[in-house]
Design a protein around this ligand. Sequence first.
Ligand code: AMO
Length: 440
Amino acid sequence: MEIDKLENWRRTHYSDQIDLETLEGKEIIVCGWIKQTRDLGGLKFAILRDNFGEVQITFPKAKLDEKLFDKANSLRNEMPVAIKGIVKIDKRSPTGFELIPTDLKLLNNVTANLPLDPTYKVKADLDTRLDNRILDLRSTQAHATFIIRHKVTTAIRQFFVNRRFIEINTPRIIATATEGGTELFPIAYFEKEAFLAQSPQLYKEQLTTVFDKVYEIAPIFRAEEHSTTRHLNELMMVDIEMAFCNYNDVMNVLENLIHYVISDVKNNCDKELNILKSDLQIPKLPFKRYTYTETLELLAKNGYELSWGDDIGTDASRKLGSIISGPYFITEWPSEGKPFYIQSRADKPEISESFDLMYGWIELASGGTRVHEKEILIQRLINQGLTPSSFDFHLKVFDWGMPPHAGWGLGLARLVMVLTGKQNIREVVVFPRDRTRLTP
Ligand code: AMO
């Protein structure tokens, strides 16, 4: 097959911009990939897919130039093409119209046997889909998932901009751990020891002293060995930090954000939610808040015993998810087990001013009030077996006007998981990185 040059051909319309009232009988150019073809002898059909939908292309032998009709024989699934044609209303077409070509450019070849069928008519397991991710992403279902993910990040940014937060970008190459030393990826950084960032924690706290309210949406890296349906080794984290407030204030921000994002997706992603057969419900505000102690009591009432101080592990979380649906907070976790930067309650030091946001059984976010007094922070570092001098660059800022502050981190992929109803986090990350997957 001869490959055509694009030359001066440019798309005039995306598939969802073809307004039949103004365009019927007019010539337009559409560009995209062939989703499928059908040959009825004297009549050939092709479905062209672009980012916003599909166009049916109809080739009637009787009405077309012979060369053009024959050229349609070379169309293959997933071939990139540009088609010039006349818009014709036709109720039999799934979109209510068809394009009768006047010219066609075949812009590249496609291998005869694709490793994956993006129409999912031939089913593939998740590993095969991820191995051939670019083809997989062209499926209606995966595509819809990532349009929702795009909407989620856009809505998150809008929410923060509306509330006068400042967007920050903190380093991805760091010198010290914040979330526990075992989860760090070491990297070669000239003659120094360095790691990939596991959280913007220290930097976002410092930046409250300048910008008051900050947020960041950025990748973080965690060298967690386990392989689960909700953990990855590289993930996008949404982080905030706010000056002059405590954990209750940032929980309010978080529940309002989740409400805003879900409403936005519900109101603007009808098509995608339908494709994913999601019956997403807008949650009621405020979200339920259970203290850690109340959560243990709730679990005990339902036959799941934990001792005070125990972590609420996967099994217990699943139990909780069977009792409580949608989003809710678990607050005031035991201080022990919380990172050094989390503040304890003044009246009950064994309890921390912290919270997790849950959605069913899945933890979406965690946060709390921070320690803002230097001496207490140094003591916390020592108690956790960390070396305060490694944190000098951070601790010195506490002498320069560190306000009381609080914040949280939200796993973006986990949020998208619950919004799209996907059961595996790999489904909602374009190129996931897990214990065994480093390509594509
Ligand atoms: P934490 O470590 O709890 O808190 O992380 C916050 C949220 O990030 C998500 N998350 C993950 N998602 C997928 N794979 C992983 N390996 C993974 N690890 C974490 C979860 C989790 O709730 N600095 C604090 C936040 C803060 O206090 O501001 C922190 O990183 O949804």
